[in-house]
Design a protein around this ligand. Structure first.
Ligand SMILES: Cc1ncc(COP(=O)(O)O)c(C=O)c1O
Length: 372
């Protein structure tokens, strides 16, 4: 890939605030558009190569190596590239790791965790260790609020709640193997591997295009997989087969590999975390400096750096805000239907210049519409 040493990865003026599929670094799109025509002088497109060809062997090897380098992933974890989206993990997890007679614990911080709970409940006994549902999912619990069951088979949580704009600042402490849905903030900041037995993430926010789900799983947990499952549902088979038991989503893995290299070029996760905090700070400042014109959804101690949902004083003004922003080439700012209002999703590849543009627009809009 043509290396891009710039963390400001986008030069086009159109700003895409989509929650996912989301913005990708321009250098990745440029390289991918070349390799779609022909990969490495082979005369064959990356879309056409057999998943058993030497070219695609290299794509998988490089994607895994770059993923490991970006995440600083210990050797005791396997990196898998699976299909079915993060939603597939909601069922695959309990099928593999929730045997009869055991309980799985979940912390319910939003729609995605409640979907995970629903799917796990189809498989076995589930205990909700805490739920923020009654509070509108504005809050992340502290240690004293979480009530784990006695001896759970595993404990699950979601690091960043895409719809509500809340995030865990540190992982919950759990005696059971801790499993995190990191779909909307993986590789936006360093990961504490000592706290986790497995993390998973759908690609379409910080990793690449939709179609691949990255699962990073400790070998001790992998050893506990349920062997009485159809093959495609078994993590251990996918691990043994190098994520190529069947035809894998080659193009999505290839793009993920380019994104991982871009993160490394930018200075890795420490640089990415600083950049994300600076970017989010611009929008939170616009909210906090608005004299109450804008109301953020999340409590201030658990604000996401990836998704920032907020409202204006009325649904009519929310709609006007979105229409005027769209007219200024700022797109996909409509909040999720369950929260309403506005949501700015500013994943790793989203440029700081774009946050400045939105922040300026927010200040102008508040001045124009604030009641005298
Ligand atoms: C935190 C989280 N988990 C899970 C999902 C579901 O992902 P997928 O569409 O890949 O199944 C999403 C999608 O936005 C998400 O944000």
């Amino acid at each position: 890939m043509t290396p891009s040493t710039t963390i400001e990865s986008i030069t086009r003026s159109t700003l895409n605030f989509s929650a996912g599929p989301a913005i990708l670094p321009e250098c990745v799109l440029q390289q991918a558009s070349k390799d779609v025509l022909e990969l490495d002088g082979t005369g064959i497109s990356v879309l056409e190569h057999s998943h058993r060809s030497p070219s695609i062997d290299r794509v998988f090897e490089e994607a895994e190596a770059s993923c490991r380098a970006v995440g600083d992933i210990p050797d005791s974890f396997k990196v898998l590239f699976l299909q079915g989206g993060a939603s597939m993990q909601f069922g695959m997890l309990p099928l593999n790791f929730l045997p009869d007679g055991r309980t799985a614990d979940y912390v319910d911080t939003g729609s995605w965790t409640s979907k995970a709970i629903k799917d796990a409940s189809c498989v076995g006994q589930v205990h909700t260790a805490w739920s923020g549902k009654d509070g509108g999912y504005r809050h992340i619990p502290d240690r004293t609020e979480i009530k784990w069951s006695d001896d759970p088979a595993y404990a699950c949580y979601c690091t960043n709640n895409t719809i509500y704009g809340t995030r865990w600042n540190t992982p919950p402490s759990s005696k059971a193997p801790l499993i995190a849905d990191m779909s909307s903030d993986i590789f936006s900041r360093p990961i504490d591997w000592s706290a986790h037995s497995m993390v998973y993430a759908g690609a379409q926010k910080n990793i690449g295009p939709a179609g691949v789900t990255v699962v990073i799983i400790h070998e001790d947990l992998l050893a506990q997989c349920n062997a009485n499952l159809p093959t495609m549902l078994r993590y251990d088979i996918h691990a043994d087969k190098g994520s190529r038991y069947n035809t894998p989503p080659v193009f999505a893995v290839y793009c993920a590999g380019l994104v991982f290299k871009w993160i490394l070029d930018c200075g890795g996760l420490a640089a990415m975390e600083r950049h994300n905090e600076d970017k989010a700070g611009i929008i939170y400042n616009a909210i906090d400096d608005s004299d109450g014109f804008y109301t953020p959804h999340a409590d201030s101690d658990c604000r996401s750096t990836m998704n920032i949902p907020f409202t204006t004083p009325s649904p009519e003004l929310d709609a006007k805000f979105i229409a005027e922003a769209t007219a200024q080439d700022m797109h996909n700012l409509k909040g999720h239907r369950s929260v309403g209002g506005i949501r700015a999703s500013i994943y790793n590849a989203f440029p700081e210049q774009g946050c400045i543009r939105l922040g300026n627009f927010m200040a102008e809009f508040a001045t124009a519409h604030r009641k005298a």
